[in-house]
Design a protein around this ligand. Structure first.
Ligand code: ZN
Length: 189
């Protein structure tokens, strides 16, 4: 069996038998993420125990790549310290964007999605579960509730920084952001 076949097997296995599926009872945070490009959507429930990922579940609808990747993600992060889980998320993101050599140790079964990086449209599918996890982690760490998010990479990067830094260097991440930016511009028609 070649490597490509093995990777196919892993993806198919997770698609057919998703790990940690459904809604999480007693989730601390629940987020809804949607990938409009493909129509994938998922609800991710997360509970942290201090800095550890105590429970995670994903209720996913959509293509096989998105569902399988989300399943692998839950397996990867469950029981891990949050900073490690976020390192895994970053390793997966880098692989999907072809940045550097994939870190197999961090990626685990996620390495199976390496070939997906060749198909830009599917990259969003593969990243959806990880995006949702990072969003939920940032919300949980920041004491926020759940939320609804349509795929957006910039917003995702902010979430990672927030989750990693906690408060960020020198105060709230939102500090210095003008409340006027982005609004009121169109009001002068
Ligand atoms: Zn998809």
């Amino acid at each position: 069996m070649g490597l490509e076949d093995l990777y196919q097997e892993i993806i198919l296995d997770h698609y057919k038998k998703p790990r940690n599926p459904g809604r999480l009872d007693g989730a601390r945070v629940e987020v809804h993420h949607y990938n409009p490009v493909c129509g994938d959507e998922l609800v991710l429930g997360l509970r942290l125990d201090g800095e550890r990922v105590a429970a995670v579940a994903v209720d996913a609808k959509g293509c096989s790549i998105s569902q399988a990747a989300a399943s692998v993600m839950t397996e990867q992060v469950l029981g891990r310290p949050l900073p490690e889980a976020l390192d895994q998320a970053e390793a997966f993101r880098r692989m999907m964007h072809g940045e550097g050599e994939p870190d197999e140790e961090l990626l685990g079964d996620g390495i199976a999605f390496m070939g997906v990086a060749r198909y830009p449209v599917r990259v969003k599918c593969a990243l959806l579960g990880w995006m949702a996890f990072k969003d939920a982690a940032a919300r949980a760490a920041g004491g926020q509730g759940g939320g609804e998010t349509v795929y957006g990479e910039e917003q995702d990067e902010t979430a990672v920084r927030a989750a990693r830094g906690g408060r960020g260097p020198g105060g709230q991440a939102a500090e210095g952001e003008s409340p006027r930016t982005g609004t009121g511009r169109e009001g002068t028609t």
